[in-house]
Design a protein. Structure first.
Length: 88
């Protein structure tokens, strides 16, 4: 989690810079970062679903996947993604 926190914004900026020459010149970084924050929930939902697959992921998956939803939940909290959810 600390690596994500330390490098997250820089990596999203690099991603955004790569989008501009690919035709996304009108996509401002602030909007890109807001989209990134909003879609942090997608990772969490995939992680929870993966844990609930009845053990189909085997022994290796059992070791790898339990920290995944915890890391995604921390990302959602760190990014204050809940602020971007429309309450209507």
């Amino acid at each position: 989690m600390e690596d994500r926190r330390r490098h997250e914004e820089r990596l999203v900026r690099e991603y955004h810079r790569a989008l501009v020459p690919a035709g996304w010149a009108t996509y401002p970084f602030d909007e890109c970062f807001s989209d990134y924050r909003r879609y942090a929930y997608a990772g969490y939902l995939m992680a929870v679903r993966r844990l609930d697959d009845g053990g189909a992921h085997g022994a290796r998956g059992t070791r790898c996947f339990p920290p995944w939803p915890v890391a995604n939940a921390a990302q959602i909290i760190d990014l204050e993604s809940h602020d971007l959810i429309d309450s209507e």
